[in-house]
Write a protein that binds this ligand. Structure first.
Ligand SMILES: [Zn+2]
Length: 457
């Protein structure tokens, strides 16, 4: 079909521009008529009609031209169905680009959805920009996002599980029993692909073992069998869910949280000892106060004079020695973690890991008058296998932290979500946006390379 220039510029298949007027306020009024062979086909029986019943004017909303509005006026026909046996007597023309009963063109609807799905605008922002209502913009977004998110997950070798604070919980009173019913949980349990590029794999409301197991149970048995390592924070709830649903996977405790526990223990001991010694909290001028920053640092990052300062100041009295013992305990635990291949550059030996763990526990048992140190040793010995597995496999849950930041940002932009299902969709599409972009860029690049003609020079 040969198109005239104006129709080609307007760019809606099946519509021919017959006139365009620029108004004083910048609006461009475009008059169009139908120019599509299939438009006269009855939607009920498919028979092509040759009898016009009447002409009607519709004004579907369309994209802007730069900043200016475009007012489309479509002069379309109502046809009489020529098929005598058809229940439909008359019908108006419709096109794939402007379906029947639609008051917006498909390209405007698509753009409103893409603003949210691809550009990361809020639904309200996209609706304002496209001059449609919030439900229309949201529907357009969901229509684009759902097919992407409903694709089956690819195999995941290393799975990360973490909790994320969703927002405020919401309750309603059940009229029959008079009891409170939870409508929206405060927490989401999130699942991450730590070894591949799928990002956030899915979320489920709540953070109990049953919630996590429920999500895992929804995956295919083949997918569950493919998970070799499951990384979690030191949280017994997720551990029990993993043991129940992924019995073949080895469970790994995230080492960042192990160090965090040890650093917190050192601080707890220092605060308690200072209170015992002075009867108040520490303040500037106390020797222990000056140690505060040094005690949280890694041993290998201390200068010799800083190390000397710690030993001299804390070695002086009974109180200081208690803090020193806690600090050494922390460093002994870090010694175990430093056997990771990332630090040493060679594969760690299982025996060395257990040897160093034993040395840490032995140190704690020699200082069993420090309750915080004993509590830490208990926790560590309870998670001994998972910590050793983390060191031996080198898997950490760190990659689940950056989607957490994106999830927080989405909630902020939306001024928090009322509907958890909408929140899950928005967060997941945001957390996989980077992956989708890089995948499409790779496809484009490879097409460019394969499509280039051989130049004999
Ligand atoms: Zn018909």
């Amino acid at each position: 079909m040969v198109q005239d220039t104006a129709s080609a510029l307007f760019g809606v298949e099946g519509l021919r521009v017959i006139e365009a007027d620029a108004e004083a306020d910048g609006t461009l009024t475009v008059w169009v008529v139908t120019d599509h062979p299939g438009a006269a086909a009855c939607p009920e029986c498919g028979a092509l009609s040759g009898r016009v019943h009447e002409s009607v004017l519709t004004r579907p909303r369309d994209l802007r031209r730069g900043r200016d509005q475009v007012a489309v006026t479509w002069l379309k026909r109502r046809w009489k169905c020529g098929n005598g046996g058809c229940p439909r007597k008359t019908f108006t023309e419709s096109l794939p680009a402007v379906p029947a009963r639609c008051r917006l063109t498909e390209r405007l609807r698509g753009l409103a959805g893409a603003e949210v799905a691809e550009r990361g605008c809020t639904v309200a922002g996209a609706a304002r920009w496209a001059q449609v209502s919030w439900p229309v913009a949201h529907q357009a977004f969901a229509a684009q996002a759902d097919p992407v998110l409903e694709q089956p997950l690819r195999r995941v070798a290393h799975l990360g599980i973490d909790e994320h604070r969703r927002g405020r919980p919401r309750f309603a009173i059940d009229p029959d029993s008079g009891e409170y019913v939870l409508l929206a949980d405060r927490w989401h349990t999130c699942f991450f692909d730590l070894s591949g590029d799928q990002g956030l794999l899915g979320q489920v409301e709540g953070r109990t073992a049953d919630d996590a197991a429920y999500w895992l149970a929804q995956q295919t048995p083949a997918w569950r069998d493919g998970v070799q390592v499951a990384a979690i924070d030191m949280c017994t709830i997720y551990a029990s869910a993993v043991r129940r649903m992924l019995p073949a996977a080895s469970l790994v405790a995230d080492l960042f949280h192990v160090v965090q526990l040890a650093v917190k223990m050192t601080g707890d001991v220092r605060r308690r000892v200072v209170r015992q010694k002075y009867g108040r909290r520490s303040r500037s001028g106390d020797p222990e106060y000056g140690m505060k920053g040094l005690l949280v640092r890694n041993l290998e990052h201390l200068r010799p004079d800083q190390f000397g300062k710690i030993m001299d100041t804390l070695g002086r009295d009974r109180h200081g020695q208690e803090i020193l013992a806690a600090w050494i305990g922390k460093e002994k635990l870090r010694d175990v973690l430093n056997l990771r291949a990332r630090v040493t550059g060679s594969a760690p030996c299982e025996r060395a890991v257990h040897d160093r763990l034993f040395r840490f526990c032995y140190w704690c048992s020699r200082h069993d008058d420090i309750p915080e140190l004993v509590a830490l040793a208990r926790t560590i010995s309870r998670w001994e296998h998972e910590i050793a597995a983390a060191i031996l496999t080198g898997v950490s849950n760190a990659r689940s932290e950056s989607p957490n930041r994106i999830a927080k940002l989405e909630a902020r932009l939306a001024y928090s979500f009322r509907n958890p299902a909408n929140q899950r969709r928005r967060v997941r599409i945001a957390c996989t946006r980077g992956t989708r972009r890089s995948q499409s860029a790779t496809t484009r690049r490879s097409r460019l390379v394969t499509g280039r003609k051989h130049d004999p020079g």
